[in-house]
Design a protein around this ligand. Structure first.
Ligand code: ADP
Ligand code: LRH
Length: 480
């Protein structure tokens, strides 16, 4: 059988996609999509993990017979299990305020330079090490016997087998990107017990098979293996970039924009650390050298604040707004927390001496101009710091549907943008499964070739008439 269920849990929605490898190419059908709504209780923001798991079960039922199942999700977050394997509370959301002040606590033990040299990870206040530092002394961590990252937790419930998939493990800030295994010195220095983590798994490894109870809940007949994929959604999305050759950059645009390059080895220089580039691990021994940019979260939060108006007319109006009237730093940690986003954006404009957006359309234009500028800076910095030239930018993820964002990104980068697929993470997820099952073969170049043969992609050419304006905007940000 050549059908595969790709479970992709994003911060804004979860989906189960049915991927098929047919003689005339790859197919991907959305069989179930469900909202991912965080829940605040007792002042703490949580993931509603049981609702997500139920969404996975419903999706597997809708998918029908498959050769295997693969799971990817957002990074860094985890659930704790007690000695009986029961979940100790709902996983805490990475946007929860518990990590405030934890960077300072960690740097008192390991300087930012030492931490970067050991792990190659950009500083994000919610990296798992900071979350675990915040959790120190809590009853749950005290009695926990296992820590499972989100996709590994879902896989555990489906199969009864515990593992830690490598690409997502690399976002904990406890992995050495040179050896691609745990960094005992970092864990020891921070008092983190590596024994909590289940053994590492590589993308393509078998991760067990659906339990009898899961088979009956989903109406599937066994055996149905679960295959470890690039379980960090960004790792699967990068595997699903339909690039040709090596001189491409990618931007995975969804709730976040993850912009950077695929490399063979990490870049651990001091310049790289100062530029806040990360060396997350990718499929097939690759390194995802990238920077986190706030992404469409800025837009999602404005829409939520405005009572969820239709997006299409707002984007059309934003396209008619004056370009680059005001831009904010779309990489700034000040935008991580939820709530009051239109006012926070306006405040950032005021603080930097720029005009405030006067309408919703101008706010949207400010967001998209700011994202495009951040995309440009990330790709240029990544190219400079790694010495890798970039000829073309691939945009994948939900942002592919935002034509204005794709065009502004091409203009800002001064490079052609090839947009698609929207569901790159599900494609990367399914291709790793299909290869493990022996349905397709080859390395990433061959898998990407299959994507190029099967997918409609759209090309955006940069408008040279806008180049000077982007130069000025970049200079203003660099000087500010
Ligand atoms: P995640 O995986 O992080 O949950 P997605 O990759 O699904 O995110 O991307 C979601 C984003 O895609 C939305 O916030 C929205 O900005 C954008 N998007 C989705 N559909 C459209 C559309 N029809 N037009 C413009 N943008 C869209
Ligand atoms: C995107 C993503 C990103 C992480 C963030 C927590 O969904 O996985 O790569 O930095 O979520």
């Amino acid at each position: 059988m050549s059908a595969f269920a790709a479970v992709d849990l994003g911060a804004s929605s979860g989906r189960v996609m049915l991927g098929r490898v047919a003689p005339d190419g790859l197919g991907l059908e959305e069989v179930h999509r469900f909202p991912n709504r965080p829940v605040r209780t007792g002042g703490t923001l949580h993931w509603d993990i049981l609702a997500l798991y139920q969404g996975v079960l419903d999706g597997l039922r809708a998918a029908g017979p498959v050769a295997s199942v693969g799971i990817d999700s957002w990074a860094v977050d985890y659930g704790l299990l007690d000695a009986s394997g029961a979940l100790l509370g709902n996983p805490v959301h990475y946007r929860d305020a518990r990590t405030e002040g934890m960077s300072e606590k960690v740097s008192a033990v390991l300087s930012p330079a030492e931490l970067y040299a050991a792990t190659g990870l950009q500083h994000l206040p919610f990296n798992t090490v900071y979350q675990l530092t915040a959790a120190q002394g809590t009853p749950a961590l005290g009695i926990a016997r296992r820590l499972l990252l989100i996709p590994d937790l879902i896989a555990y419930w489906l199969t009864g087998e515990a593992g830690t998939e490598l690409t997502n493990a690399s976002t904990t800030q406890l992995i050495d990107p040179r050896t691609r295994t745990w960094s005992a010195p970092v864990a020891d220095a921070l008092g983190i017990n590596l024994g909590l983590f289940a053994p590492l798994r590589q993308p393509g490894d078998r991760a067990g098979e659906l339990l009898p109870q899961v088979l009956s809940e989903t109406g599937l007949s066994g055996p149905v293996p679960v295959t470890a994929v690039g379980s960090h959604d960004t790792a699967s999305a990068v595997a699903g970039v339909p690039a040709e050759g090596g001189d491409f950059a990618y931007i995975a645009t969804g709730t976040w924009s993850l912009a950077g390059l695929e490399l063979d080895a990490p870049v651990l220089s001091e310049d790289s650390r100062r530029a806040n580039f990360t060396n997350e691990l990718g499929v097939d021994g690759t390194v995802r050298y990238l920077r986190n940019i706030m992404g469409l979260w800025l837009l999602q939060e404005c829409l939520r604040d405005w009572g969820d108006p239709d997006l299409a007319p707002l984007l059309a109006a934003a396209a008619d707004c004056p370009p680059l009237r005001s831009v904010v730093d779309a990489g700034a940690a000040e935008f991580i927390a939820p709530g009051g986003m239109p006012e926070r954006l306006a405040a950032a404009c005021r603080r930097t001496g720029q005009p405030e957006p006067r309408s919703r359309a101008e706010t949207v234009r400010c967001i998209l101009d700011s994202l495009a500028l951040a995309h440009r800076r990330a790709i240029r910095d990544a190219s400079r710091l790694s010495g890798r030239p970039v000829r073309v930018v691939h945009v994948v993820g939900g942002g592919v549907r935002n034509e204005l964002l794709c065009q502004l990104t091409a203009d800002a980068c001064g490079l052609p943008v090839i947009a698609g697929p929207v569901e790159a993470a599900a494609y990367g997820n399914m291709l790793v499964q299909a290869r493990a099952a022996g349905t397709v073969s080859g390395g990433l170049p061959e898998l990407r070739g299959l994507l190029r043969e099967s997918l409609p992609l759209r090309r955006y050419e940069p408008d040279p008439g806008t180049a000077a304006a982007w130069e000025r905007a970049e200079a203003a940000v660099a000087g500010g």
